[in-house]
Ligand binder design. Structure first.
Ligand SMILES: Nc1nc2c(ncn2[C@@H]2O[C@H](COP(=O)(O)OP(=O)(O)OP(=O)(O)O)[C@@H](O)[C@H]2O)c(=O)[nH]1
Ligand SMILES: [Mg+2]
Length: 607
Protein backbone atom coordinates (compact mmCIF):
# COMPACT_ATOMS: atom_id res chain seq x y z
CA UNK A 1 0.00 0.00 0.00
CA UNK A 2 1.45 3.42 -0.96
CA UNK A 3 0.83 6.62 1.01
CA UNK A 4 -1.56 9.11 -0.55
CA UNK A 5 -1.55 12.08 1.85
CA UNK A 6 1.72 13.05 3.47
CA UNK A 7 2.07 15.80 6.08
CA UNK A 8 5.24 17.80 6.77
CA UNK A 9 5.44 18.43 10.47
CA UNK A 10 8.22 19.80 12.65
CA UNK A 11 9.38 22.78 14.70
CA UNK A 12 9.39 26.27 13.18
CA UNK A 13 12.16 27.40 10.82
CA UNK A 14 13.64 23.96 10.15
CA UNK A 15 13.05 23.96 6.38
CA UNK A 16 9.60 22.31 6.03
CA UNK A 17 8.43 24.75 3.38
CA UNK A 18 11.77 24.49 1.56
CA UNK A 19 11.23 20.72 1.45
CA UNK A 20 7.59 21.17 0.41
CA UNK A 21 8.70 23.34 -2.51
CA UNK A 22 11.27 20.74 -3.51
CA UNK A 23 8.75 17.89 -3.33
CA UNK A 24 5.93 19.69 -5.14
CA UNK A 25 7.62 22.29 -7.34
CA UNK A 26 5.40 24.98 -5.75
CA UNK A 27 6.50 28.30 -4.26
CA UNK A 28 5.47 28.35 -0.66
CA UNK A 29 7.04 31.30 1.17
CA UNK A 30 10.38 30.43 2.79
CA UNK A 31 12.21 32.73 5.22
CA UNK A 32 14.80 32.56 7.95
CA UNK A 33 12.62 33.16 11.01
CA UNK A 34 10.01 31.21 12.96
CA UNK A 35 6.33 31.44 12.12
CA UNK A 36 6.51 32.03 8.36
CA UNK A 37 3.91 29.38 7.51
CA UNK A 38 0.67 30.01 9.42
CA UNK A 39 -1.80 27.88 7.50
CA UNK A 40 -1.67 24.59 5.67
CA UNK A 41 -0.80 24.41 2.01
CA UNK A 42 -1.35 21.35 -0.15
CA UNK A 43 0.46 20.33 -3.31
CA UNK A 44 0.98 17.28 -5.52
CA UNK A 45 4.15 15.28 -5.04
CA UNK A 46 5.95 15.78 -8.37
CA UNK A 47 5.09 13.13 -10.94
CA UNK A 48 2.48 11.42 -8.75
CA UNK A 49 -1.09 11.89 -7.58
CA UNK A 50 -0.06 11.96 -3.90
CA UNK A 51 -0.80 15.02 -1.80
CA UNK A 52 1.85 16.72 0.32
CA UNK A 53 0.71 19.16 3.03
CA UNK A 54 3.01 21.82 4.46
CA UNK A 55 2.11 22.79 8.01
CA UNK A 56 2.95 25.59 10.44
CA UNK A 57 5.81 24.83 12.85
CA UNK A 58 5.08 23.34 16.29
CA UNK A 59 7.29 22.71 19.33
CA UNK A 60 4.84 20.32 20.95
CA UNK A 61 1.50 18.80 20.05
CA UNK A 62 -0.18 20.87 22.76
CA UNK A 63 -0.86 23.97 20.66
CA UNK A 64 -0.74 27.44 22.18
CA UNK A 65 -1.56 29.55 19.13
CA UNK A 66 -3.92 29.46 16.14
CA UNK A 67 -1.27 28.39 13.63
CA UNK A 68 -0.13 25.52 15.85
CA UNK A 69 -3.74 24.43 16.29
CA UNK A 70 -4.01 24.05 12.51
CA UNK A 71 -0.96 21.76 12.40
CA UNK A 72 -2.19 19.59 15.28
CA UNK A 73 -5.78 19.38 13.98
CA UNK A 74 -4.52 18.18 10.61
CA UNK A 75 -2.17 15.67 12.23
CA UNK A 76 -5.13 14.35 14.20
CA UNK A 77 -7.18 14.07 10.99
CA UNK A 78 -9.85 16.43 12.28
CA UNK A 79 -9.57 19.21 9.70
CA UNK A 80 -12.79 19.45 7.66
CA UNK A 81 -12.43 19.03 3.87
CA UNK A 82 -8.93 17.60 4.19
CA UNK A 83 -8.11 13.90 3.95
CA UNK A 84 -6.49 12.20 6.93
CA UNK A 85 -2.70 12.02 6.76
CA UNK A 86 -1.53 8.50 6.08
CA UNK A 87 2.16 9.33 6.53
CA UNK A 88 4.25 11.99 8.20
CA UNK A 89 7.59 13.50 7.26
CA UNK A 90 8.87 14.78 10.59
CA UNK A 91 11.43 17.49 9.75
CA UNK A 92 13.97 18.78 12.27
CA UNK A 93 17.06 20.97 12.05
CA UNK A 94 20.28 18.94 12.35
CA UNK A 95 22.16 21.91 13.80
CA UNK A 96 19.73 22.04 16.76
CA UNK A 97 19.05 18.34 17.18
CA UNK A 98 19.38 18.48 20.96
CA UNK A 99 16.05 20.38 21.18
CA UNK A 100 13.63 17.96 19.65
CA UNK A 101 13.16 14.82 21.76
CA UNK A 102 9.80 15.93 23.15
CA UNK A 103 8.26 16.66 19.76
CA UNK A 104 9.76 13.54 18.15
CA UNK A 105 8.32 11.44 20.97
CA UNK A 106 4.89 13.04 20.68
CA UNK A 107 4.68 12.64 16.92
CA UNK A 108 5.84 9.01 16.96
CA UNK A 109 3.34 8.22 19.70
CA UNK A 110 0.58 9.03 17.17
CA UNK A 111 1.58 5.79 15.42
CA UNK A 112 1.24 7.16 11.92
CA UNK A 113 3.90 5.87 9.50
CA UNK A 114 6.66 8.44 10.03
CA UNK A 115 10.04 9.21 8.55
CA UNK A 116 12.38 11.47 10.51
CA UNK A 117 14.26 13.91 8.27
CA UNK A 118 17.26 15.61 9.83
CA UNK A 119 17.58 18.71 7.66
CA UNK A 120 20.39 21.23 7.13
CA UNK A 121 22.98 18.49 6.54
CA UNK A 122 25.10 21.05 4.66
CA UNK A 123 25.24 23.46 7.58
CA UNK A 124 25.83 20.67 10.09
CA UNK A 125 28.85 19.49 8.12
CA UNK A 126 30.16 22.98 7.46
CA UNK A 127 30.12 23.82 11.15
CA UNK A 128 31.71 20.48 12.02
CA UNK A 129 28.74 18.89 13.71
CA UNK A 130 27.82 15.22 13.39
CA UNK A 131 24.87 12.86 13.71
CA UNK A 132 24.46 9.22 12.81
CA UNK A 133 20.97 8.89 11.28
CA UNK A 134 21.07 5.11 11.30
CA UNK A 135 21.79 5.05 15.03
CA UNK A 136 18.85 7.43 15.56
CA UNK A 137 16.69 5.16 13.38
CA UNK A 138 17.66 2.16 15.51
CA UNK A 139 16.92 4.02 18.73
CA UNK A 140 13.53 5.26 17.52
CA UNK A 141 12.57 2.24 15.43
CA UNK A 142 11.77 4.78 12.76
CA UNK A 143 13.23 5.37 9.31
CA UNK A 144 15.58 8.35 9.59
CA UNK A 145 17.74 10.16 7.07
CA UNK A 146 19.93 13.21 6.80
CA UNK A 147 18.95 15.70 4.10
CA UNK A 148 19.51 19.20 2.87
CA UNK A 149 16.18 20.47 1.59
CA UNK A 150 17.86 23.58 0.21
CA UNK A 151 20.49 21.69 -1.79
CA UNK A 152 18.47 18.58 -2.51
CA UNK A 153 20.91 16.08 -0.97
CA UNK A 154 19.57 12.92 0.68
CA UNK A 155 16.26 13.19 -1.14
CA UNK A 156 16.54 9.75 -2.83
CA UNK A 157 15.85 8.01 0.48
CA UNK A 158 12.78 10.20 1.03
CA UNK A 159 11.38 9.46 -2.42
CA UNK A 160 12.07 5.76 -1.95
CA UNK A 161 10.21 5.71 1.35
CA UNK A 162 7.28 7.58 -0.14
CA UNK A 163 7.15 5.28 -3.17
CA UNK A 164 7.62 2.05 -1.36
CA UNK A 165 4.88 -0.48 -0.74
CA UNK A 166 4.17 -0.23 2.97
CA UNK A 167 2.55 -3.58 3.36
CA UNK A 168 4.46 -5.11 6.30
CA UNK A 169 6.50 -7.57 4.20
CA UNK A 170 7.90 -4.93 1.86
CA UNK A 171 9.55 -2.30 4.05
CA UNK A 172 12.92 -1.03 2.82
CA UNK A 173 15.64 -2.83 4.80
CA UNK A 174 18.26 -0.06 5.14
CA UNK A 175 15.89 2.54 6.45
CA UNK A 176 13.79 0.14 8.38
CA UNK A 177 16.42 -0.16 11.13
CA UNK A 178 14.22 -2.13 13.46
CA UNK A 179 10.91 -1.59 11.69
CA UNK A 180 8.17 0.86 12.28
CA UNK A 181 6.57 -1.41 14.82
CA UNK A 182 7.47 -0.13 18.25
CA UNK A 183 6.78 3.57 18.59
CA UNK A 184 8.79 5.14 21.35
CA UNK A 185 7.38 6.64 24.50
CA UNK A 186 6.28 10.30 24.52
CA UNK A 187 9.78 11.37 25.49
CA UNK A 188 12.41 9.61 23.52
CA UNK A 189 15.18 9.80 26.08
CA UNK A 190 18.62 10.91 25.15
CA UNK A 191 18.54 10.83 21.40
CA UNK A 192 21.67 12.90 21.13
CA UNK A 193 23.76 10.23 22.87
CA UNK A 194 22.15 7.45 20.85
CA UNK A 195 22.78 9.30 17.59
CA UNK A 196 26.39 10.21 18.59
CA UNK A 197 25.35 13.82 18.06
CA UNK A 198 28.09 16.40 18.07
CA UNK A 199 26.72 19.91 18.26
CA UNK A 200 28.04 22.15 15.49
CA UNK A 201 30.39 24.97 16.36
CA UNK A 202 28.81 28.37 16.85
CA UNK A 203 28.53 30.36 13.69
CA UNK A 204 31.32 32.94 13.88
CA UNK A 205 29.50 35.12 11.36
CA UNK A 206 26.37 35.19 13.53
CA UNK A 207 28.36 36.14 16.62
CA UNK A 208 30.28 38.86 14.83
CA UNK A 209 27.24 40.42 13.16
CA UNK A 210 25.08 40.20 16.29
CA UNK A 211 27.64 42.08 18.32
CA UNK A 212 26.60 45.11 16.24
CA UNK A 213 23.09 44.24 15.14
CA UNK A 214 21.86 43.60 18.70
CA UNK A 215 23.83 46.40 20.33
CA UNK A 216 21.36 48.54 22.31
CA UNK A 217 22.51 51.80 20.69
CA UNK A 218 24.37 50.85 17.52
CA UNK A 219 21.71 48.25 16.55
CA UNK A 220 18.77 50.63 15.98
CA UNK A 221 21.06 53.26 14.41
CA UNK A 222 22.49 50.74 11.91
CA UNK A 223 18.95 49.60 11.11
CA UNK A 224 17.85 53.18 10.33
CA UNK A 225 20.98 53.87 8.25
CA UNK A 226 20.36 50.74 6.22
CA UNK A 227 16.75 51.73 5.53
CA UNK A 228 17.74 55.26 4.60
CA UNK A 229 20.26 53.82 2.18
CA UNK A 230 17.53 51.59 0.69
CA UNK A 231 15.25 54.63 0.15
CA UNK A 232 18.15 56.50 -1.41
CA UNK A 233 18.59 53.66 -3.93
CA UNK A 234 14.86 53.77 -4.60
CA UNK A 235 15.03 57.47 -5.53
CA UNK A 236 18.42 57.51 -7.22
CA UNK A 237 18.19 54.30 -9.23
CA UNK A 238 14.70 52.79 -9.28
CA UNK A 239 12.76 56.05 -9.74
CA UNK A 240 14.65 57.24 -12.86
CA UNK A 241 14.45 53.72 -14.32
CA UNK A 242 10.68 53.69 -13.73
CA UNK A 243 10.20 57.14 -15.23
CA UNK A 244 12.14 56.08 -18.32
CA UNK A 245 9.78 53.11 -18.62
CA UNK A 246 6.73 55.37 -18.25
CA UNK A 247 8.11 57.80 -20.89
CA UNK A 248 8.65 54.94 -23.28
CA UNK A 249 5.17 53.55 -22.68
CA UNK A 250 3.68 57.04 -22.96
CA UNK A 251 5.40 57.54 -26.35
CA UNK A 252 4.13 54.17 -27.46
CA UNK A 253 0.58 55.26 -26.55
CA UNK A 254 0.97 58.55 -28.42
CA UNK A 255 2.25 56.75 -31.51
CA UNK A 256 -0.57 54.22 -31.34
CA UNK A 257 -2.94 57.20 -31.02
CA UNK A 258 -1.72 58.63 -34.31
CA UNK A 259 -2.32 55.33 -36.08
CA UNK A 260 -5.82 54.72 -34.71
CA UNK A 261 -8.65 56.71 -36.29
CA UNK A 262 -9.86 59.66 -34.21
CA UNK A 263 -12.88 57.98 -32.69
CA UNK A 264 -14.25 57.39 -29.20
CA UNK A 265 -12.41 54.06 -29.28
CA UNK A 266 -9.08 55.86 -29.55
CA UNK A 267 -9.95 58.07 -26.61
CA UNK A 268 -10.91 55.03 -24.53
CA UNK A 269 -7.78 53.05 -25.43
CA UNK A 270 -5.22 55.84 -25.17
CA UNK A 271 -6.67 58.17 -22.51
CA UNK A 272 -8.94 55.78 -20.65
CA UNK A 273 -6.61 52.80 -20.43
CA UNK A 274 -3.11 53.33 -21.66
CA UNK A 275 -2.02 56.52 -19.87
CA UNK A 276 -3.06 55.22 -16.46
CA UNK A 277 -1.35 51.89 -17.05
CA UNK A 278 1.84 53.59 -18.30
CA UNK A 279 2.00 55.84 -15.25
CA UNK A 280 1.54 53.05 -12.71
CA UNK A 281 3.93 50.61 -14.45
CA UNK A 282 6.70 53.15 -13.94
CA UNK A 283 6.61 52.31 -10.23
CA UNK A 284 7.37 48.62 -10.71
CA UNK A 285 11.17 49.06 -10.28
CA UNK A 286 10.63 50.76 -6.89
CA UNK A 287 8.28 48.10 -5.63
CA UNK A 288 10.76 45.41 -6.70
CA UNK A 289 13.60 47.29 -5.02
CA UNK A 290 11.58 47.37 -1.78
CA UNK A 291 10.84 43.66 -2.04
CA UNK A 292 14.49 42.91 -2.66
CA UNK A 293 15.33 44.69 0.59
CA UNK A 294 12.56 42.95 2.56
CA UNK A 295 13.41 39.47 1.21
CA UNK A 296 17.13 39.88 1.91
CA UNK A 297 16.37 41.04 5.46
CA UNK A 298 14.01 38.11 6.01
CA UNK A 299 16.02 35.34 4.44
CA UNK A 300 19.30 36.40 6.02
CA UNK A 301 17.79 36.06 9.50
CA UNK A 302 17.94 39.80 10.26
CA UNK A 303 14.16 40.24 10.71
CA UNK A 304 14.20 38.27 13.98
CA UNK A 305 16.86 40.71 15.24
CA UNK A 306 14.80 43.67 14.06
CA UNK A 307 11.97 42.26 16.19
CA UNK A 308 14.30 42.16 19.20
CA UNK A 309 15.43 45.76 18.59
CA UNK A 310 11.81 46.84 18.19
CA UNK A 311 10.84 45.02 21.37
CA UNK A 312 13.64 46.68 23.32
CA UNK A 313 13.00 50.18 22.08
CA UNK A 314 9.25 50.05 21.60
CA UNK A 315 8.06 47.27 23.86
CA UNK A 316 7.35 49.95 26.46
CA UNK A 317 4.16 50.86 24.66
CA UNK A 318 2.82 47.54 25.88
CA UNK A 319 3.04 45.61 22.62
CA UNK A 320 3.91 41.97 22.92
CA UNK A 321 7.35 41.30 21.40
CA UNK A 322 5.80 38.56 19.28
CA UNK A 323 3.81 41.28 17.52
CA UNK A 324 6.88 42.73 15.88
CA UNK A 325 7.46 39.96 13.33
CA UNK A 326 3.96 40.31 11.80
CA UNK A 327 4.29 44.09 11.99
CA UNK A 328 7.62 44.00 10.16
CA UNK A 329 6.15 41.78 7.47
CA UNK A 330 3.35 44.35 7.03
CA UNK A 331 5.93 46.51 5.21
CA UNK A 332 5.25 44.24 2.26
CA UNK A 333 1.47 43.92 2.68
CA UNK A 334 -0.93 44.03 5.62
CA UNK A 335 -2.93 40.99 4.48
CA UNK A 336 -0.28 38.26 5.10
CA UNK A 337 0.90 40.21 8.15
CA UNK A 338 -2.55 39.98 9.72
CA UNK A 339 -2.59 36.27 8.99
CA UNK A 340 0.87 35.95 10.56
CA UNK A 341 -0.61 37.18 13.86
CA UNK A 342 -1.96 33.64 14.24
CA UNK A 343 1.41 32.82 15.79
CA UNK A 344 0.64 35.17 18.74
CA UNK A 345 -0.76 33.02 21.57
CA UNK A 346 -2.66 35.72 23.50
CA UNK A 347 -5.94 36.69 21.84
CA UNK A 348 -5.79 40.23 23.22
CA UNK A 349 -2.27 40.81 21.89
CA UNK A 350 -3.28 39.30 18.59
CA UNK A 351 -6.23 41.66 18.11
CA UNK A 352 -4.09 44.66 19.13
CA UNK A 353 -1.53 43.67 16.47
CA UNK A 354 -4.22 43.20 13.82
CA UNK A 355 -5.61 46.64 14.59
CA UNK A 356 -2.32 48.45 14.15
CA UNK A 357 -0.83 46.43 11.25
CA UNK A 358 -2.41 48.59 8.48
CA UNK A 359 -0.48 51.63 9.75
CA UNK A 360 2.76 50.04 8.60
CA UNK A 361 3.70 51.29 5.15
CA UNK A 362 2.74 48.56 2.69
CA UNK A 363 4.22 48.35 -0.79
CA UNK A 364 0.98 49.68 -2.36
CA UNK A 365 1.58 53.05 -0.69
CA UNK A 366 5.05 53.27 -2.22
CA UNK A 367 4.05 54.46 -5.74
CA UNK A 368 1.86 57.20 -4.28
CA UNK A 369 4.57 58.44 -1.91
CA UNK A 370 7.11 58.33 -4.72
CA UNK A 371 4.83 60.27 -7.08
CA UNK A 372 4.17 63.02 -4.51
CA UNK A 373 7.72 63.22 -3.21
CA UNK A 374 9.22 63.41 -6.71
CA UNK A 375 6.72 66.15 -7.65
CA UNK A 376 6.91 68.28 -4.50
CA UNK A 377 10.13 67.64 -2.60
CA UNK A 378 13.27 69.12 -4.18
CA UNK A 379 15.95 66.59 -5.20
CA UNK A 380 18.72 68.07 -3.10
CA UNK A 381 21.04 66.72 -0.39
CA UNK A 382 19.60 66.47 3.10
CA UNK A 383 22.42 68.55 4.58
CA UNK A 384 25.32 70.59 3.27
CA UNK A 385 28.92 69.41 3.47
CA UNK A 386 31.11 66.76 1.85
CA UNK A 387 28.83 63.85 2.88
CA UNK A 388 25.67 65.76 1.97
CA UNK A 389 25.09 63.87 -1.26
CA UNK A 390 24.88 60.51 0.52
CA UNK A 391 21.31 61.06 1.67
CA UNK A 392 18.83 63.17 -0.24
CA UNK A 393 15.86 65.14 1.07
CA UNK A 394 13.52 62.93 -0.95
CA UNK A 395 14.79 59.70 0.64
CA UNK A 396 14.57 61.34 4.07
CA UNK A 397 10.95 62.38 3.40
CA UNK A 398 10.10 58.82 2.42
CA UNK A 399 11.71 57.58 5.63
CA UNK A 400 9.68 60.20 7.54
CA UNK A 401 6.45 58.80 6.09
CA UNK A 402 7.42 55.26 7.09
CA UNK A 403 8.17 56.53 10.58
CA UNK A 404 4.84 58.43 10.68
CA UNK A 405 2.99 55.15 10.07
CA UNK A 406 5.07 53.40 12.73
CA UNK A 407 4.47 56.21 15.21
CA UNK A 408 0.71 56.06 14.61
CA UNK A 409 0.84 52.29 15.19
CA UNK A 410 2.70 52.70 18.48
CA UNK A 411 0.47 55.48 19.78
CA UNK A 412 -2.57 53.39 18.88
CA UNK A 413 -1.06 50.38 20.67
CA UNK A 414 -0.55 52.54 23.75
CA UNK A 415 -4.14 53.76 23.60
CA UNK A 416 -5.45 50.22 23.24
CA UNK A 417 -3.36 48.94 26.13
CA UNK A 418 -4.52 51.69 28.41
CA UNK A 419 -8.22 51.35 27.49
CA UNK A 420 -9.96 48.33 25.98
CA UNK A 421 -6.98 45.96 26.14
CA UNK A 422 -5.58 46.47 29.57
CA UNK A 423 -3.46 43.74 31.14
CA UNK A 424 0.03 42.44 31.74
CA UNK A 425 2.29 42.35 28.69
CA UNK A 426 3.47 38.78 28.22
CA UNK A 427 7.18 37.96 28.17
CA UNK A 428 8.90 37.82 24.82
CA UNK A 429 11.22 35.02 23.82
CA UNK A 430 12.24 34.63 20.22
CA UNK A 431 14.40 32.08 18.48
CA UNK A 432 17.31 33.91 16.82
CA UNK A 433 18.25 31.84 13.79
CA UNK A 434 21.82 31.80 12.54
CA UNK A 435 22.47 34.26 9.76
CA UNK A 436 22.43 32.61 6.37
CA UNK A 437 23.44 33.87 2.99
CA UNK A 438 20.04 34.70 1.43
CA UNK A 439 19.36 32.13 -1.27
CA UNK A 440 19.35 33.55 -4.77
CA UNK A 441 16.41 31.32 -5.65
CA UNK A 442 14.32 32.63 -2.74
CA UNK A 443 15.07 36.24 -3.72
CA UNK A 444 14.48 35.65 -7.40
CA UNK A 445 11.18 33.86 -6.77
CA UNK A 446 9.99 36.56 -4.36
CA UNK A 447 10.70 39.22 -6.97
CA UNK A 448 9.19 37.28 -9.86
CA UNK A 449 6.09 36.47 -7.82
CA UNK A 450 5.76 40.06 -6.68
CA UNK A 451 6.05 41.35 -10.24
CA UNK A 452 3.33 38.94 -11.28
CA UNK A 453 1.02 40.10 -8.47
CA UNK A 454 1.63 43.75 -9.38
CA UNK A 455 1.18 43.22 -13.13
CA UNK A 456 -1.97 41.19 -12.55
CA UNK A 457 -3.33 43.94 -10.33
CA UNK A 458 -2.54 46.53 -13.02
CA UNK A 459 -4.03 44.41 -15.81
CA UNK A 460 -7.25 43.70 -13.92
CA UNK A 461 -8.33 45.90 -10.99
CA UNK A 462 -6.49 49.06 -12.00
CA UNK A 463 -7.43 48.78 -15.65
CA UNK A 464 -11.11 48.37 -14.78
CA UNK A 465 -10.96 51.25 -12.28
CA UNK A 466 -9.35 53.47 -14.92
CA UNK A 467 -12.06 52.65 -17.39
CA UNK A 468 -14.79 53.35 -14.85
CA UNK A 469 -13.21 56.70 -13.95
CA UNK A 470 -12.80 57.61 -17.60
CA UNK A 471 -16.41 56.74 -18.42
CA UNK A 472 -17.75 58.58 -15.39
CA UNK A 473 -15.74 61.61 -16.48
CA UNK A 474 -17.35 61.52 -19.94
CA UNK A 475 -20.92 60.42 -19.21
CA UNK A 476 -23.78 61.12 -19.68
CA UNK A 477 -23.68 61.62 -23.43
CA UNK A 478 -25.30 64.79 -24.76
CA UNK A 479 -26.52 64.37 -28.34
CA UNK A 480 -24.12 61.46 -28.74
CA UNK A 481 -21.17 63.53 -27.51
CA UNK A 482 -19.35 63.08 -24.18
CA UNK A 483 -20.25 65.49 -21.37
CA UNK A 484 -18.33 68.67 -20.80
CA UNK A 485 -15.87 68.11 -17.96
CA UNK A 486 -18.00 70.16 -15.57
CA UNK A 487 -21.28 68.30 -16.16
CA UNK A 488 -20.13 64.67 -16.05
CA UNK A 489 -21.20 62.15 -13.41
CA UNK A 490 -17.69 62.36 -11.96
CA UNK A 491 -18.01 66.13 -11.62
CA UNK A 492 -21.20 65.60 -9.65
CA UNK A 493 -19.50 63.08 -7.37
CA UNK A 494 -16.63 65.57 -7.06
CA UNK A 495 -18.95 68.39 -6.02
CA UNK A 496 -20.55 66.10 -3.42
CA UNK A 497 -17.24 65.34 -1.72
CA UNK A 498 -15.77 68.80 -2.24
CA UNK A 499 -16.76 70.15 1.22
CA UNK A 500 -14.70 67.33 2.74
CA UNK A 501 -11.71 67.96 0.47
CA UNK A 502 -11.45 71.69 0.85
CA UNK A 503 -10.25 71.80 4.51
CA UNK A 504 -7.33 69.49 3.57
CA UNK A 505 -6.26 71.45 0.50
CA UNK A 506 -7.21 68.62 -1.89
CA UNK A 507 -8.76 69.19 -5.30
CA UNK A 508 -11.38 67.03 -7.05
CA UNK A 509 -9.00 64.71 -8.91
CA UNK A 510 -7.28 63.96 -5.58
CA UNK A 511 -10.65 63.30 -3.96
CA UNK A 512 -11.72 60.93 -6.75
CA UNK A 513 -8.38 59.14 -6.67
CA UNK A 514 -8.74 58.62 -2.92
CA UNK A 515 -12.11 56.99 -3.58
CA UNK A 516 -10.59 54.56 -6.09
CA UNK A 517 -7.78 53.87 -3.61
CA UNK A 518 -10.26 51.90 -1.51
CA UNK A 519 -10.15 49.20 -4.12
CA UNK A 520 -6.39 49.36 -4.71
CA UNK A 521 -4.14 51.93 -3.07
CA UNK A 522 -1.81 52.20 -6.07
CA UNK A 523 -4.68 53.33 -8.27
CA UNK A 524 -4.25 56.89 -6.97
CA UNK A 525 -1.44 57.21 -9.53
CA UNK A 526 -3.40 55.84 -12.48
CA UNK A 527 -6.61 57.69 -11.57
CA UNK A 528 -4.75 61.01 -11.41
CA UNK A 529 -3.10 60.14 -14.68
CA UNK A 530 -6.47 59.45 -16.32
CA UNK A 531 -8.07 62.60 -14.89
CA UNK A 532 -5.15 64.83 -15.86
CA UNK A 533 -4.76 62.99 -19.15
CA UNK A 534 -1.01 62.71 -18.67
CA UNK A 535 1.43 59.93 -17.83
CA UNK A 536 3.16 62.34 -15.42
CA UNK A 537 0.25 63.61 -13.30
CA UNK A 538 2.63 64.78 -10.54
CA UNK A 539 3.72 67.78 -12.63
CA UNK A 540 0.12 68.95 -13.09
CA UNK A 541 -0.79 68.26 -9.49
CA UNK A 542 2.03 70.57 -8.40
CA UNK A 543 0.27 73.50 -9.98
CA UNK A 544 -3.07 72.53 -8.42
CA UNK A 545 -2.63 71.68 -4.76
CA UNK A 546 0.65 73.28 -3.70
CA UNK A 547 3.08 72.05 -1.08
CA UNK A 548 0.66 72.33 1.86
CA UNK A 549 -1.97 70.17 0.11
CA UNK A 550 0.69 67.66 -0.95
CA UNK A 551 2.03 67.26 2.59
CA UNK A 552 -1.52 66.82 3.88
CA UNK A 553 -2.16 64.21 1.19
CA UNK A 554 0.98 62.27 2.17
CA UNK A 555 -0.09 62.23 5.81
CA UNK A 556 -3.67 61.26 4.92
CA UNK A 557 -2.40 58.41 2.79
CA UNK A 558 0.01 57.24 5.50
CA UNK A 559 -2.75 56.94 8.09
CA UNK A 560 -6.00 56.13 6.26
CA UNK A 561 -7.40 52.60 6.11
CA UNK A 562 -7.92 52.48 2.38
CA UNK A 563 -7.80 48.82 1.59
CA UNK A 564 -10.83 46.59 1.21
CA UNK A 565 -8.63 43.47 1.11
CA UNK A 566 -7.26 44.30 4.57
CA UNK A 567 -10.73 44.98 5.97
CA UNK A 568 -11.90 41.63 4.62
CA UNK A 569 -9.02 39.75 6.21
CA UNK A 570 -9.52 41.53 9.56
CA UNK A 571 -13.16 40.46 9.44
CA UNK A 572 -12.14 36.85 8.75
CA UNK A 573 -9.33 36.62 11.31
CA UNK A 574 -11.27 38.29 14.14
CA UNK A 575 -14.50 36.56 13.12
CA UNK A 576 -16.47 39.74 13.76
CA UNK A 577 -17.52 42.94 12.02
CA UNK A 578 -16.89 44.97 15.15
CA UNK A 579 -13.11 45.19 14.73
CA UNK A 580 -12.88 46.09 11.02
CA UNK A 581 -15.57 48.75 11.43
CA UNK A 582 -13.90 50.25 14.51
CA UNK A 583 -10.52 50.12 12.77
CA UNK A 584 -11.84 51.78 9.64
CA UNK A 585 -13.58 54.55 11.59
CA UNK A 586 -10.59 55.24 13.82
CA UNK A 587 -8.02 55.30 11.01
CA UNK A 588 -10.16 57.50 8.76
CA UNK A 589 -10.83 60.07 11.48
CA UNK A 590 -7.17 60.05 12.53
CA UNK A 591 -6.01 60.48 8.91
CA UNK A 592 -8.46 63.33 8.32
CA UNK A 593 -7.55 65.23 11.47
CA UNK A 594 -3.80 64.72 10.97
CA UNK A 595 -4.05 65.86 7.33
CA UNK A 596 -6.04 68.94 8.38
CA UNK A 597 -3.45 69.89 11.03
CA UNK A 598 -0.60 69.29 8.54
CA UNK A 599 -2.31 71.51 5.96
CA UNK A 600 -2.95 74.37 8.38
CA UNK A 601 0.58 74.24 9.83
CA UNK A 602 2.12 74.11 6.35
CA UNK A 603 0.04 77.15 5.32
CA UNK A 604 1.10 79.01 8.44
CA UNK A 605 4.74 78.26 7.62
CA UNK A 606 4.17 79.48 4.02
CA UNK A 607 5.41 76.16 2.63
N1 LIG B 1 21.64 25.82 4.88
C1 LIG B 1 20.41 25.35 4.71
N2 LIG B 1 19.37 26.17 4.88
C2 LIG B 1 18.13 25.66 4.72
C3 LIG B 1 17.89 24.30 4.38
N3 LIG B 1 16.57 24.10 4.31
C4 LIG B 1 15.98 25.29 4.59
N4 LIG B 1 16.92 26.23 4.82
C5 LIG B 1 16.71 27.63 5.20
O1 LIG B 1 16.05 27.63 6.45
C6 LIG B 1 15.18 28.76 6.57
C7 LIG B 1 13.80 28.29 6.98
O2 LIG B 1 13.20 27.58 5.93
P1 LIG B 1 11.60 27.37 5.81
O3 LIG B 1 11.42 26.35 4.73
O4 LIG B 1 10.91 28.66 5.69
O5 LIG B 1 11.30 26.73 7.24
P2 LIG B 1 9.88 26.26 7.84
O6 LIG B 1 10.17 25.05 8.64
O7 LIG B 1 8.87 26.14 6.76
O8 LIG B 1 9.56 27.47 8.80
P3 LIG B 1 8.11 27.93 9.41
O9 LIG B 1 7.17 28.07 8.27
O10 LIG B 1 8.42 29.23 10.08
O11 LIG B 1 7.71 26.87 10.38
C8 LIG B 1 15.21 29.45 5.20
O12 LIG B 1 16.11 30.53 5.28
C9 LIG B 1 15.74 28.37 4.28
O13 LIG B 1 16.45 28.92 3.17
C10 LIG B 1 19.04 23.46 4.20
O14 LIG B 1 18.95 22.29 3.89
N5 LIG B 1 20.25 24.04 4.38
MG1 LIG C 1 7.13 27.12 6.49
Amino acid sequence: MEFQTIGLIGPPNVGKSTLFNRLTGLRQKVSNYSGVTVEHRSGRLRGTSKTVIDLPGVWTLTPSSEDQKIAVTILEGKQPHLPRLDAVLLVVDGTQFHKYSLLIGEVLARKLPTMLLINMADELEQRKGYIDPLAVARELHTPTTLISAARGTGMDAVHQWLKQDHSPANVLPVLQAGGNAAPCAPNCGDLTAAGAYRRPQHSTLTRAVDRWALHPVAGPILCLIFLLFAFQVIFRVAYPAGQALTNWLGDLGTRAGTILPDTILRAIVVDGIWNGIASILGFLPQILCMFLVITVLEDSGYMARAAVIADRTMGRVGLNGRSFLPLLSAYACAVPAIMATRAIPSKRDRIATILIAPFMTCSARLPVYALLIAAFIPARPLFAGPLGGVVGLQAATMMGLYLAGLLAALVTAMLLRSTVMRGQASAFAIELPNYRMPRLRTIALAIVDRSKVFLKQVATVILVLNLIVWFLAHLPLHNGQPSEVGSSILARIGSLIEPLLHPLGFNRPVGISLLTAFVARESVVSTLSTLYNSVHPGDLLRADIGMAGALALMIFFALAMQCTATLAVVRRETNSWKWPIAQFGYMTVLAYVAAFVTYRVALMLHL
